[in-house]
Write a protein that binds this ligand. Structure first.
Ligand SMILES: Nc1ncnc2c1ncn2[C@@H]1O[C@H](COP(=O)(O)OP(=O)(O)OP(=O)(O)O)[C@@H](O)[C@H]1O
Ligand SMILES: [Mg+2]
Length: 376
């Protein structure tokens, strides 16, 4: 897919921004605080129906205004045109997402239709940080490529919230609520096992993608690995029955602890993913450069995985990822990016791109200042 054009009204510091994009690399230049990330954030709404980092739509509305809107023309790989319209009204907290003038009833139905891959320095948490970031990574990739996973995930989260509430009540009141807990256990096991099975299958498939992209980025003899470290082990066999059976046993085993802590201690919300280079744990042993290379390889692998799975080229958003890289690495990465479909790249460095990219036709260059965008 590509985004042909976009119009933002009262979106963060963009009062009324209209841009026509190029089919390949779109470089968005500007000093700090001028509105580059805001533009990428607007693009993320098209794919995810929400911001990739703001937790609430209300902070997006331009200060002093009542609503924001995004209008975009999205063109699929097969040439279909979609007119996407998104708006949010502050007063009644109403959000609308429509495609070709038809309002969506459920926002979740759009996930995966316009696949997106996003990389920014904050994403470093995926390799440096705790397991939460890695689970988020898993969930976003799998959700975009598999609608069922996405709906199972939201179901699981609801069940988990309910179950945690009951556990915390047992902990605090000492009331005998075990019969109330029982049906939630079954639900937790059912949805949790489905998620864990999909995660295990995904990581198995994803291994070859990361191997290829890492090889393209690094010229040394480094072998990257990604392993699923599930919340509990289950004989190595990936099947719903083997996972759910073990899940049940683990829940029984951990019951006393769950009551002591008033929370669910078993399940996919406790999963981990381990990253390794040459059999060494990335978090413990890797250099800064290896971390960065791994992260970029991971994101490019995500790109190629989604492209195959969704039967649609994702758009790639790179927010300020070139600033700490040396010239040679920048050139290497830009050459690679040129082989992909549409990309959006923000930077405060006005010079690095001209050495590699030809601007004018497929590649475009813009400068943002105070939320005003000009093609240059
Ligand atoms: N709801 C809002 N209304 C008006 N302005 C906003 C709103 N939210 C954020 N801003 C403004 O947007 C600007 C930040 O924009 P953005 O994060 O896109 O900057 P940037 O160009 O990516 O900068 P950097 O290079 O530092 O990352 C800030 O000046 C901020 O005050
Ligand atoms: Mg920014």
């Amino acid at each position: 897919m590509i985004i042909g054009s976009i119009r933002l009204k009262n979106f963060r510091n963009h009062s009324d921004t209209i841009i026509e994009f190029g089919e390949k690399a779109n470089v968005i230049l500007g000093n700090n605080g001028e509105g580059k990330t805001n533009l990428l954030e607007a693009i993320s709404y098209i794919s995810l129906t929400k911001s990739f980092y703001a937790s609430s739509d209300s902070v997006i509305v331009k200060i002093g205004e009542n609503n924001f809107s995004i209008e975009a023309i999205v063109i699929s790989d097969l040439g279909s045109n979609y007119k996407v319209y998104i708006s949010y009204d502050l007063k009644n907290s109403e959000k609308i997402y429509s495609i070709n003038n038809r309002k969506l009833d459920t926002f979740s139905s759009i996930i995966g239709k316009f696949p997106i891959v996003f990389l920014s320095p904050e994403k470093a948490g995926i390799t440096f940080g705790g397991p939460v970031e890695r689970r988020k990574f898993l969930d976003l990739v799998i959700s975009q490529s598999d609608q069922v996973y996405f709906s199972d995930l939201s179901e699981y989260r609801k069940i988990l919230r309910h179950r945690n509430k009951i556990l915390s009540e047992i902990k605090n009141t000492r009331n005998d609520l075990y019969t109330v807990l029982e049906p939630w256990n079954e639900q937790l096991i059912n949805y949790g096992s489905k998620l864990m099975m999909k995660r295990a299958e995904f990581i198995d498939e994803f291994k070859s993608y990361i191997l290829n992209t890492y090889k393209n980025l690094s010229n040394v003899n480094e072998y990257p690995e990604i392993e699923y470290a599930a919340s509990f082990s289950y004989n190595g066999e990936i099947s719903y029955d083997s996972i759910s059976e073990k899940f049940k046993k683990e829940l029984t085993k951990k019951m006393d602890y769950e009551i002591k802590f008033g929370t669910t201690l078993v399940g996919p919300h406790r999963d981990e993913v381990s990253f390794k280079i040459n059999n060494m744990d990335l978090r413990k042993y890797a250099s800064q450069g290896q971390h960065k290379t791994f992260l970029v390889a991971l994101k490019l692998a995500e790109y190629f995985y989604l492209k195959e799975r969704c039967k649609e080229s994702p758009i790639l958003l790179l927010d300020d990822v070139f600033s700490e890289l040396d010239d040679l690495r920048v050139q290497h990465m830009l050459r690679l990016i040129e082989t992909l479909n549409q990309t959006f790249i923000t930077s405060t460095n006005f010079e690095i791109f001209d050495k590699v990219l030809d601007f004018g036709k497929c590649n475009r260059k813009y400068v943002i200042s105070g939320g005003n965008v000009k093609e240059v």
